[in-house]
Design a protein around this ligand. Sequence first.
Ligand SMILES: C[S@@+](CC[C@H](N)C(=O)[O-])C[C@H]1O[C@@H](n2cnc3c(N)ncnc32)[C@H](O)[C@@H]1O
Length: 212
Amino acid sequence: MPKPPPPVDLKPYFLTLEDVDREYGGALRWREFFGNDNRVEIDVGSGRGLFLVTAGLAHPETNYLGIELDYREGRRAARRLQKREMANVRVLGANVHEVFENYIQPHSVDAIHVYFPDPWWKRKHRRRRVFTDHFADLCATLLKPAALLHSWTDVEEYFGVISSLMDHHRDFEKQPKPKERPAEHDLDYRTSFERKKRQAGFPIYRGCWQRK
Ligand SMILES: C[S@@+](CC[C@H](N)C(=O)[O-])C[C@H]1O[C@@H](n2cnc3c(N)ncnc32)[C@H](O)[C@@H]1O
């Protein structure tokens, strides 16, 4: 049997926490990590990276970090970044809770995006959800004053949970609901899940909150 080819080296586009520990001393200091002082936005559960690629190309003056638990998805997104040699976008293969708790300096993030977080439908699995009251507190700690948190989903019940956490959080102020506009082409969606769900006819619930 021929040996399978070695995995493609996706550094620096895809990194793990072991890489961050080894190469950055266990902390994401943005100037060191991105090599500049530009704004930093985080995409939580970045999946296949449609948002990272679109936003990263449209705003080369902004740095984007995707955090993705599933290495296969994270590496797939990183291949898209590598192909385009995008210096302002990286994917970190990790659990967002661990990253937010231990790796990022307080008040150093300009926006957080949480698109189509896994719903974990069964009640006994609900505690696996990313968006919890603790997560909202971590976001409040990491975001700069006036920074935005965006969250969209097709799951009405989960959106209700997110909205009630965020609408009543002392550190956030609700912003006007982002409007939906018709897609102009097949990739004209915020994320792959938005495309999938809208094309299947599901309504999308969109929220935006500003850090006070
Ligand atoms: C339903 S997918 C949505 C992907 C993408 N945001 C989109 O809209 O196309 C949810 C993603 O969140 C990732 N995820 C789930 N829990 C996570 C966690 N604790 N930390 C980081 N990523 C997580 C999953 O692996 C999955 O790729």
